[in-house]
Design a protein around this ligand. Sequence first.
Ligand code: ADE
Length: 252
Amino acid sequence: MRFSVLTLFPEIIRQNIGSSITGRAWENGLFDLETIQIRDFAVNQYGKVDDYCFGGGTGMLMMAEPIYQAWQTAVNGSGDCRRRTICLSPRGHVFNQAKAAELVEYDHLILLCGHYEGIDQRVIDEVVEEELSIGDYVLTGGELAACVVIDAMLRLLPGVLPNEEAHIRESHTNGLLEYPQYTRPAQWRERSVPDVLLSGHQANIEKWQRLQSLYQTLQLRPDLFNRLKLTEDEWQELILLHKTHGNRRNVN
Ligand code: ADE
Protein backbone atom coordinates (compact mmCIF):
# COMPACT_ATOMS: atom_id res chain seq x y z
CA MET A 1 0.00 0.00 0.00
CA ARG A 2 1.28 3.41 -0.91
CA PHE A 3 0.35 6.84 0.46
CA SER A 4 1.21 10.16 -1.15
CA VAL A 5 0.37 13.13 1.03
CA LEU A 6 0.21 16.53 -0.66
CA THR A 7 0.89 19.10 2.03
CA LEU A 8 2.54 22.35 3.05
CA PHE A 9 3.66 20.70 6.30
CA PRO A 10 5.24 17.33 5.50
CA GLU A 11 6.94 17.17 8.91
CA ILE A 12 3.57 16.77 10.65
CA ILE A 13 2.88 13.65 8.59
CA ARG A 14 6.38 12.22 8.83
CA GLN A 15 6.67 12.76 12.58
CA ASN A 16 3.28 11.24 13.35
CA ILE A 17 3.44 8.22 11.10
CA GLY A 18 7.16 7.81 11.86
CA SER A 19 6.40 7.19 15.56
CA SER A 20 5.46 4.10 17.52
CA ILE A 21 3.76 1.16 15.79
CA THR A 22 3.26 2.89 12.45
CA GLY A 23 6.89 4.05 12.53
CA ARG A 24 8.13 0.51 12.98
CA ALA A 25 5.89 -0.74 10.18
CA TRP A 26 7.22 2.04 7.93
CA GLU A 27 10.83 1.07 8.74
CA ASN A 28 9.98 -2.55 7.99
CA GLY A 29 8.64 -1.56 4.57
CA LEU A 30 5.07 -2.70 5.23
CA PHE A 31 3.83 0.38 3.38
CA ASP A 32 5.20 3.27 1.35
CA LEU A 33 4.67 6.86 2.40
CA GLU A 34 5.81 9.91 0.47
CA THR A 35 5.08 13.50 1.30
CA ILE A 36 4.95 15.98 -1.55
CA GLN A 37 5.58 19.59 -0.63
CA ILE A 38 3.00 21.69 -2.45
CA ARG A 39 5.24 24.74 -2.10
CA ASP A 40 7.77 23.08 -4.42
CA PHE A 41 5.25 23.92 -7.16
CA ALA A 42 4.73 27.54 -6.13
CA VAL A 43 3.72 30.00 -8.82
CA ASN A 44 6.63 32.36 -8.15
CA GLN A 45 10.14 32.35 -6.70
CA TYR A 46 8.84 33.48 -3.31
CA GLY A 47 6.94 30.25 -2.75
CA LYS A 48 3.46 31.67 -3.35
CA VAL A 49 0.77 29.00 -3.09
CA ASP A 50 -2.24 31.00 -1.90
CA ASP A 51 -4.19 34.05 -2.97
CA TYR A 52 -7.23 36.15 -2.14
CA CYS A 53 -10.68 34.75 -2.59
CA PHE A 54 -12.79 35.99 -5.52
CA GLY A 55 -16.00 37.45 -4.19
CA GLY A 56 -14.41 38.70 -1.00
CA GLY A 57 -13.75 37.19 2.37
CA THR A 58 -10.85 37.69 4.76
CA GLY A 59 -8.87 34.51 4.29
CA MET A 60 -6.46 33.20 1.68
CA LEU A 61 -7.21 30.25 -0.55
CA MET A 62 -4.76 27.62 -1.75
CA MET A 63 -4.23 28.02 -5.50
CA ALA A 64 -5.16 25.33 -8.00
CA GLU A 65 -1.94 25.03 -10.03
CA PRO A 66 0.59 24.14 -7.28
CA ILE A 67 -1.81 21.47 -5.97
CA TYR A 68 -2.42 20.13 -9.47
CA GLN A 69 1.30 19.80 -10.12
CA ALA A 70 1.91 18.13 -6.75
CA TRP A 71 -0.90 15.69 -7.59
CA GLN A 72 0.61 15.00 -11.04
CA THR A 73 3.92 14.15 -9.33
CA ALA A 74 2.14 11.63 -7.07
CA VAL A 75 0.28 10.09 -10.03
CA ASN A 76 3.44 9.85 -12.15
CA GLY A 77 5.11 7.98 -9.31
CA SER A 78 2.62 5.11 -9.45
CA GLY A 79 1.86 2.92 -12.43
CA ASP A 80 -1.44 1.37 -13.36
CA CYS A 81 -3.06 0.54 -10.00
CA ARG A 82 -6.16 1.01 -7.88
CA ARG A 83 -5.70 4.62 -6.91
CA ARG A 84 -7.92 7.15 -5.13
CA THR A 85 -7.49 10.85 -4.43
CA ILE A 86 -8.98 12.11 -1.20
CA CYS A 87 -9.13 15.62 0.18
CA LEU A 88 -9.23 16.03 3.96
CA SER A 89 -11.84 18.65 4.68
CA PRO A 90 -14.41 19.45 7.37
CA ARG A 91 -17.11 19.33 4.70
CA GLY A 92 -16.43 15.70 3.75
CA HIS A 93 -18.23 12.57 4.88
CA VAL A 94 -17.19 11.61 8.37
CA PHE A 95 -14.47 8.96 8.39
CA ASN A 96 -15.16 5.72 10.26
CA GLN A 97 -13.94 2.15 10.64
CA ALA A 98 -15.94 0.92 7.64
CA LYS A 99 -14.34 3.59 5.46
CA ALA A 100 -10.88 2.57 6.72
CA ALA A 101 -11.63 -1.02 5.70
CA GLU A 102 -12.87 0.13 2.28
CA LEU A 103 -9.84 2.32 1.56
CA VAL A 104 -7.32 -0.30 2.56
CA GLU A 105 -8.32 -2.15 -0.64
CA TYR A 106 -6.63 0.52 -2.77
CA ASP A 107 -3.00 0.27 -3.86
CA HIS A 108 -2.30 3.98 -3.82
CA LEU A 109 -4.02 6.72 -1.86
CA ILE A 110 -3.29 10.35 -2.60
CA LEU A 111 -4.27 12.56 0.34
CA LEU A 112 -4.60 16.28 -0.18
CA CYS A 113 -4.31 18.44 2.95
CA GLY A 114 -5.84 21.87 2.77
CA HIS A 115 -4.69 24.91 4.75
CA TYR A 116 -5.64 28.53 5.12
CA GLU A 117 -9.29 29.13 4.33
CA GLY A 118 -9.61 26.34 1.81
CA ILE A 119 -8.72 25.25 -1.71
CA ASP A 120 -9.69 26.62 -5.13
CA GLN A 121 -12.71 24.50 -6.07
CA ARG A 122 -11.46 23.91 -9.61
CA VAL A 123 -8.58 21.69 -8.56
CA ILE A 124 -10.90 19.78 -6.24
CA ASP A 125 -13.25 19.21 -9.18
CA GLU A 126 -10.32 18.18 -11.36
CA VAL A 127 -8.53 15.62 -9.16
CA VAL A 128 -10.40 14.81 -5.95
CA GLU A 129 -12.66 11.76 -5.88
CA GLU A 130 -13.80 12.00 -2.29
CA GLU A 131 -13.69 14.46 0.61
CA LEU A 132 -13.27 13.07 4.11
CA SER A 133 -13.69 14.74 7.47
CA ILE A 134 -12.54 13.26 10.77
CA GLY A 135 -15.31 14.94 12.74
CA ASP A 136 -17.58 17.93 13.03
CA TYR A 137 -15.01 20.50 14.05
CA VAL A 138 -12.53 22.60 12.10
CA LEU A 139 -8.79 22.03 12.34
CA THR A 140 -6.15 24.47 11.14
CA GLY A 141 -5.28 22.08 8.33
CA GLY A 142 -5.84 18.61 6.94
CA GLU A 143 -2.54 17.11 8.13
CA LEU A 144 -3.73 15.74 11.46
CA ALA A 145 -6.81 14.37 9.71
CA ALA A 146 -4.59 12.65 7.13
CA CYS A 147 -2.58 11.08 9.96
CA VAL A 148 -5.78 9.80 11.57
CA VAL A 149 -6.95 8.25 8.30
CA ILE A 150 -3.55 6.70 7.55
CA ASP A 151 -3.16 5.35 11.09
CA ALA A 152 -6.61 3.73 11.11
CA MET A 153 -5.85 2.08 7.77
CA LEU A 154 -2.36 0.91 8.68
CA ARG A 155 -3.72 -1.03 11.63
CA LEU A 156 -5.64 -3.12 9.13
CA LEU A 157 -2.58 -4.03 7.04
CA PRO A 158 -1.12 -7.48 7.71
CA GLY A 159 1.97 -7.36 9.91
CA VAL A 160 1.45 -3.84 11.27
CA LEU A 161 -0.10 -4.79 14.62
CA PRO A 162 1.99 -6.98 16.90
CA ASN A 163 -1.11 -9.09 17.60
CA GLU A 164 -2.99 -9.68 14.33
CA GLU A 165 -6.16 -10.61 16.15
CA ALA A 166 -6.24 -7.35 18.06
CA HIS A 167 -8.27 -5.34 15.58
CA ILE A 168 -10.97 -7.98 15.19
CA ARG A 169 -12.20 -7.59 18.77
CA GLU A 170 -11.75 -3.88 19.14
CA SER A 171 -14.20 -1.06 19.37
CA HIS A 172 -16.12 -0.33 16.17
CA THR A 173 -14.88 -3.32 14.19
CA ASN A 174 -18.18 -5.13 14.74
CA GLY A 175 -20.29 -2.06 15.44
CA LEU A 176 -19.75 -2.42 19.19
CA LEU A 177 -17.54 -0.64 21.68
CA GLU A 178 -14.89 -2.67 23.42
CA TYR A 179 -15.62 -4.35 26.74
CA PRO A 180 -13.66 -3.20 29.83
CA GLN A 181 -10.24 -4.77 30.26
CA TYR A 182 -8.03 -5.30 33.32
CA THR A 183 -4.44 -6.22 34.07
CA ARG A 184 -2.57 -7.07 37.27
CA PRO A 185 -2.93 -6.61 40.16
CA ALA A 186 -6.30 -8.33 40.55
CA GLN A 187 -7.05 -6.00 43.46
CA TRP A 188 -6.25 -2.28 43.13
CA ARG A 189 -7.28 0.35 45.70
CA GLU A 190 -10.47 -1.42 46.75
CA ARG A 191 -11.37 -2.17 43.15
CA SER A 192 -11.21 -5.75 42.00
CA VAL A 193 -11.22 -7.46 38.64
CA PRO A 194 -14.61 -9.12 37.88
CA ASP A 195 -14.52 -12.71 39.17
CA VAL A 196 -15.43 -14.25 35.84
CA LEU A 197 -12.18 -13.01 34.28
CA LEU A 198 -10.18 -14.87 36.93
CA SER A 199 -12.24 -18.05 36.57
CA GLY A 200 -10.43 -19.49 33.56
CA HIS A 201 -13.81 -20.50 32.10
CA GLN A 202 -13.40 -19.31 28.50
CA ALA A 203 -17.02 -19.64 27.42
CA ASN A 204 -18.24 -17.63 30.40
CA ILE A 205 -15.53 -15.04 29.83
CA GLU A 206 -16.58 -14.55 26.20
CA LYS A 207 -20.21 -14.31 27.18
CA TRP A 208 -19.34 -11.68 29.79
CA GLN A 209 -17.25 -9.74 27.26
CA ARG A 210 -20.04 -9.73 24.68
CA LEU A 211 -22.58 -8.51 27.24
CA GLN A 212 -20.23 -5.82 28.49
CA SER A 213 -19.61 -4.66 24.92
CA LEU A 214 -23.34 -4.37 24.38
CA TYR A 215 -23.73 -2.50 27.63
CA GLN A 216 -20.88 -0.05 26.92
CA THR A 217 -22.36 0.64 23.51
CA LEU A 218 -25.82 1.21 24.96
CA GLN A 219 -24.49 3.61 27.58
CA LEU A 220 -21.86 5.49 25.62
CA ARG A 221 -23.03 5.34 22.00
CA PRO A 222 -26.80 4.85 21.80
CA ASP A 223 -26.60 5.82 18.11
CA LEU A 224 -24.48 2.72 17.42
CA PHE A 225 -26.57 0.57 19.74
CA ASN A 226 -29.74 1.37 17.79
CA ARG A 227 -28.24 -0.26 14.70
CA LEU A 228 -27.63 -3.60 16.46
CA LYS A 229 -29.82 -6.67 16.30
CA LEU A 230 -29.95 -8.39 19.69
CA THR A 231 -31.32 -11.82 20.48
CA GLU A 232 -34.13 -12.15 23.03
CA ASP A 233 -31.59 -13.69 25.47
CA GLU A 234 -29.22 -10.77 25.04
CA TRP A 235 -32.01 -8.31 25.79
CA GLN A 236 -32.88 -10.19 28.96
CA GLU A 237 -29.28 -10.30 30.12
CA LEU A 238 -28.79 -6.65 29.32
CA ILE A 239 -31.83 -5.65 31.34
CA LEU A 240 -30.58 -7.77 34.23
CA LEU A 241 -27.13 -6.23 34.01
CA HIS A 242 -28.63 -2.77 34.00
CA LYS A 243 -30.71 -3.57 37.09
CA THR A 244 -27.81 -5.00 39.06
CA HIS A 245 -24.89 -2.89 37.86
CA GLY A 246 -26.53 0.05 36.13
CA ASN A 247 -25.62 2.65 38.70
CA ARG A 248 -22.31 1.24 39.91
CA ARG A 249 -19.92 2.36 37.19
CA ASN A 250 -17.68 4.46 39.41
CA VAL A 251 -18.58 3.08 42.77
CA ASN A 252 -16.41 0.64 44.69
N1 ADE B 1 -9.43 20.10 7.90
C1 ADE B 1 -9.91 20.98 8.80
N2 ADE B 1 -10.79 20.40 9.61
C2 ADE B 1 -10.90 19.11 9.21
C3 ADE B 1 -11.67 18.00 9.66
N3 ADE B 1 -12.52 18.09 10.68
N4 ADE B 1 -11.51 16.84 9.01
C4 ADE B 1 -10.68 16.74 7.95
N5 ADE B 1 -9.93 17.74 7.50
C5 ADE B 1 -10.03 18.93 8.12
